[in-house]
Design a protein around this ligand. Sequence first.
Ligand code: KG4
Ligand code: ZN
Length: 338
Amino acid sequence: MSENAPALVMGFESSCDETACAILQDGHRLLASQIASQVDEHARFGGVVPEVASRQHLAALFPLVERTLADAQLTLADIDAFAVTRAPGLIGALLVGVSAAKALAFALDKPLVGVNHLEAHLLAARLLASPPAFPYLGLIVSGGHTALYVVEDGGRFTLLGNTRDDAAGEAFDKVAKLLGLGYPGGIAIERMAQSGDPDAIAFPRALKAKTTLDFSFSGLKTAVRSYLQTHPATPESLPDICASFQEAAVDALVRKSVQALKQHRLQRLVLAGGVAANTRLREHASKAARRIGVECYLPERWHCTDNAAMVALAGFERLKRGERADATLNAAASEHRF
Ligand code: KG4
Ligand code: ZN
């Protein structure tokens, strides 16, 4: 272990609508991980309201720190370093976590690092009991992002493809809204799709050409909207619509992942981000990877959606390399270089 590696890292996540705190030991042993979800607060507005999110983070954060410490049977004095998501996300929400981490690090005179939320998602599979070796292909599918990265090691990420419009999770959320399934939409669609026929409706798969590793989901969302204009959803047809939409989205994600694995001769595929909790995606990706002799790694579902364990892990990697943030550490709403 490098001399810079801290034994106990406390991580914070507050980029969107989950406030989270976790304590990681030696970069792999999770001692405690707590999440305070704001889903109920935002559900009545049909989506995340940034101002509400910031206020909720503020109210939730310190009680959460106490719970996390109690769970790990530790006190703040035991923590060796702090890591926090600093970008990308809702700026007011990010600032709550960044300010809290900064305050604790400076009050306790302990090291601090800022991490990128995507980097944290891409490393979450390293929390598995049998983690993937580097390099691997990371498919990150969340509410704000859909991209393919080569994860060269804990600190080098090469972007291969990105969405040109909506993120996959955004498409799930928007289609769920169209179908009156409420917010958040991904899990609602998955549940409804269980009793539906994925081949009932042939929704489009965009950007099929082998010349790009980019994604596009806005056409799929529009196709569902057009379909509903001529075939209004009924309780009988809803499962088929959900299953067919889910199939089209999953198919596009898996197809590009397989293309990237082949083109870049990678041996491992890792799923990351909230949509990676989707059972159909997990099954389809595993099967497709197996078919081409690639190992597929599926983080636990609660490590796919937003959490602070992945932030502590990404922070540990940075701290190990000797990185230290100072009092100028700031949040950024959009930043895709890490
Ligand atoms: O990673 P995440 O928790 O937050 C962001 O960084 O965006 O991802 C949230 C997204 C939402 O769009 C949500 O609808 C989607 O992940 N999601 C799912 C499922 N669970 C969460 N989408 C499809 N199927 C699921 N089971
Ligand atoms: Zn996320």
